[in-house]
Design a protein around this ligand. Structure first.
Ligand code: AP5
Length: 221
């Protein structure tokens, strides 16, 4: 099972890149944020519990997040391989993933950090808009739709995520960046961390990621 981890602060571009990379590399895109939002919309116990943390910009506790993600990894559509977007977000999550993959005689192939400075993250999150039908990602400034307020792909209405309000954005960055650095250290210690410059245009970041992930593993930097 091929497992790629996309790391980055909130707004770095993980979701944007994973949505393009997954079909190109024939991998399943799994985003814990999307899973929590779907569970909250469905009104499940886990979803409602997670929503309280998400609304405050805090991480959902590890015991909830790890179980949800590891359960999802056992589904038949994940057997070929996955791109993990937004997981792991704490060292405990990273260790739990290592153990679960080790039991399947697998492991994280590479963890790629999309590196973007904090001021730019605030700008990107404040301008982000998503489509109601499928969650396609736009940005009012950096990646606008052809028709304002409307998804280019399915025509559905664009909306702003509740946690993209400025105060919650600041809370997310303050609370989540220290944990991100610890997760980066976890993969660096394993020789699996690669950093890409996330300040370049979306397509350039994509091409660097595709090139990196298309090399045979033994020749990767
Ligand atoms: P989640 O949904 O994962 O949010 P996040 O990590 O905060 O990441 P985002 O979705 O905000 O950003 P992104 O990096 O995907 O950027 P995007 O591609 O959209 O998590 C939400 C919440 O759920 C968390 O706060 C937490 O509470 C909880 N949660 C989730 N996973 C968890 C876990 N493992 N443990 C505990 N709790 C968890 O891009 C952002 C914007 O920038 C877009 O508008 C896009 O168009 C634009 N953009 C992208 N790339 C570029 C570029 N190169 N140049 C210019 N603009 C760009």
């Amino acid at each position: 099972m091929r497992v790629i981890v996309l790391l980055g602060a909130p707004g770095a571009g993980k979701g944007t890149q994973a949505a393009v990379l997954a079909p190109r590399l024939n991998l399943l895109h799994l985003a814990t944020g999307d899973m929590f939002r779907a569970a909250a919309a469905a009104g499940t116990r886990i979803g409602l519990e997670a929503k309280a943390y998400m609304d405050r910009g805090e991480l959902v506790p590890d015991h909830i997040t790890v179980r949800m993600l590891l359960d999802r990894l056992t589904a038949s559509d994940a057997t070929h391989g996955v791109i993990l977007d937004g997981f792991p977000r704490t060292p405990a999550q990273a260790r739990a993933l290592d153990v679960a993959l080790d039991e399947r005689r697998s492991g994280v192939e590479e963890a790629i950090l999309i590196d973007v400075p904090a001021e730019e993250l605030v700008r990107r999150l404040s301008g982000r808009r998503l489509c109601r039908a499928a969650g396609h990602i736009y940005n009012e400034v950096t990646n606008p739709p052809h028709v304002p307020g409307e998804c280019d792909i399915d025509g559905s209405e664009l909306y702003q995520r509740a946690d993209d309000q400025l105060e919650t954005v600041k809370a997310r960055l303050d609370q989540q960046i220290p944990e991100l650095l610890d997760v980066c250290a976890h993969y660096e210690a394993q020789g699996k961390l690669r950093t890409v410059d996330g300040m370049r245009p979306i397509e350039e970041v994509t091409e660097e990621l595709v090139a990196a992930l298309s090399q045979p593993s033994e020749s990767r930097a």
